[in-house]
Design a protein around this ligand. Structure first.
Ligand SMILES: [Zn+2]
Length: 71
């Protein structure tokens, strides 16, 4: 019994507007769970994109940017 049947399996990235599969709405793991993101970046994402996931491409870019230098 899936209570989240109203949620689409694919979501739209609020950062780049691209579509991606959000694991939160599907049976598979969310793309963000396959990345190791620093807590500071997760907190930043939670502020900038409340309640939303980003696509894997944007997560990679943000992680690389966070790792490249001090925020
Ligand atoms: Zn994106």
């Amino acid at each position: 019994m899936a209570e989240a049947a109203s949620l689409p399996a694919s979501a739209t990235c609020p950062r780049c507007g691209g579509s991606f599969d959000c694991g939160a709405a599907g049976p598979g793991p969310c793309a963000c769970s396959t990345l190791t993101l620093p807590p500071a970046l997760l907190a930043q994402l939670a502020r900038q994109y409340p309640g939303g996931c980003l696509c894997l491409h944007c997560l990679h870019r943000l992680r690389d940017a966070a790792a490249a230098g001090p925020a």
